[in-house]
Design a protein around this ligand. Structure first.
Ligand SMILES: *Cc1c(COP(=O)(O)O)cnc(C)c1O
Length: 422
């Protein structure tokens, strides 16, 4: 058994800067826990990732020593925390290679970022009969906001198909760009199938026809290196809690010329330039889109998470996850009774599957008894489940802190499920 801990040791300990999974695991306090008397095997990072001590400590330090509101007081605490909070905008901008931090809007999560675009750009620039093109492997967060807009102003929702491996059909996609399509909103990486979509091609094809593109980067930001300028993407959104950061913070990146002409999202404090009862004027982006007291502590936490993954190196994280994916795929196939959904050549370490003849909930319950946390069900992607022809799947989503030894624990538990339920 080629244990990843062992191979990391062999490859790593004497080589400066190599990826050392054992050391990384020590940064995540929860990974020391036992579940049902077994060591926790956390394979549900696609739903929400665990937090390294750097994130926990950064947030605790703010609460204990630096806490106040931002953008308001002239006092010392307010000025220093405002600087730190605004500094995170710069950290996020550098992480995405955004041209400027004014193009980084802090939201509550991906869901709010997409709703923001639908409610502002969508309401202002889309008209009855205009098409919004999504794919057949979207999270509900990139379906329902467009349906709300459809119900409100009569846009048309168009669906780009995928093949049986979970690969986007680029010819069909290109054909759907013609006619009434006025916006593409697509997942950059599927949370169910792991598929990485060829974003540069998708964006290039859309731009040839003058159509802007929003990418849902909730998963891609965790499993790949993002460069919004190289992608030339118009809107890019992600959520902090899947990137080892806290909940209740997300990001919308937008091209400056688009953000400049978008109306406000919510109204309130912080987003205004001046207010009288007769007339209120609004701040420039990003503040125009950030009404009310922002997620201050969460922003500091997200900044710490980005610093953490950056210090390790996205390339090393990607290489480690790629090795885990190859190992898990091979081991699952060797079981002989696994139907794997999502076999795109370019995919992240997300494995959705069912054991033939066993209900996914029975599989997941058996895994849980072995300490293995997976997600089971529809993964907020009901239309995709319909496309795959299943009610639900088991999903093991891997992260930088996982090991091949943990995959072996899952495989053993799957063998046990076969004897229990097969
Ligand atoms: C998790 C996820 C979302 C939603 O993220 P929230 O934090 O719940 O807003 C959207 N799209 C994809 C692809 C996801 O994985």
């Amino acid at each position: 058994m080629n244990d990843m801990n062992q191979s990391a040791n062999l490859a790593g300990h004497n080589v400066e800067g190599a990826f050392d999974v054992a050391r990384i695991r020590q940064d995540f306090p929860i990974l020391g826990r036992q579940i049902h008397g077994k060591p926790l095997v956390y394979f549900d990072s696609g739903a929400s990732a665990q937090k390294p001590r750097a994130v926990i400590d950064a947030m605790t330090a703010v609460l204990e020593n630096e806490y106040t509101n931002v953008h308001r007081g002239a006092h010392y605490l307010s000025q220093t925390l405002t600087d730190r909070y605004e500094g995170v905008r710069g950290t996020i901008a550098r992480f995405l290679n955004a041209p400027s931090e004014e193009q980084i809007i802090i939201t509550r999560n991906t869901t709010e970022a997409i709703n923001l675009v639908a409610a502002t750009y969508g309401r202002r620039f889309l008209n009855k009969g205009d098409g919004v093109l999504i794919s057949d492997m979207e999270h509900h967060a990139n379906i329902v906001p467009w349906q709300l807009l459809r119900d409100e102003i009569g846009i048309e929702l168009k669906i780009a198909p995928i093949d049986d491996r979970g690969v986007l059909d680029l010819d069909a996609y290109a054909a759907l760009l013609d006619g009434n399509t006025k916006l593409v909103a697509m997942t950059h990486c599927s949370n169910v199938l792991g598929t990485h979509v060829p974003a540069k091609e998708i964006i290039g094809l859309a731009h040839e026809r003058g159509i802007p593109v929003l990418l849902d980067g909730s998963q891609s930001v965790v499993h790949s290196r993002i460069d919004v300028q190289d992608l030339d993407v118009d809107f890019f959104v992600f959520t902090g809690h899947k990137l080892y950061g806290p909940t209740a913070i997300g990001v919308l990146y937008g091209k400056a010329e688009l953000l400049a002409k978008m109306p406000p999202y919510q109204g309130g404090g912080d987003m205004i330039a001046s207010v009288t009862y007769e007339k209120t004027t609004y701040e420039e982006p990003p503040y125009r889109f950030e009404a009310g007291t922002p997620p201050i502590v969460e922003a500091i936490g997200l900044g710490a998470a980005i610093d953490y993954v950056t210090a390790i190196g996205m390339d090393k994280i990607m290489a480690h996850e790629k090795a885990l994916l190859a190992y898990a795929t091979e081991q699952l196939a060797a079981l002989g009774d696994i139907r794997l959904f999502g076999t795109a050549p370019e995919k992240a370490a997300i494995l959705s599957f069912v054991q033939e003849g066993i209900h996914p909930f029975d599989t997941a319950a058996t895994l849980d008894r072995a300490g293995v946390a997976v997600r089971v069900g529809q993964h907020c992607a009901e239309p995709l489940m319909a496309r795959l022809g299943v009610d639900g799947t088991v999903r093991a989503s891997l992260a930088m802190y996982n090991t091949t030894a943990e995959i072996d624990v899952m495989i053993e538990a799957l063998e046990r499920a076969r004897t229990l339920f097969g």
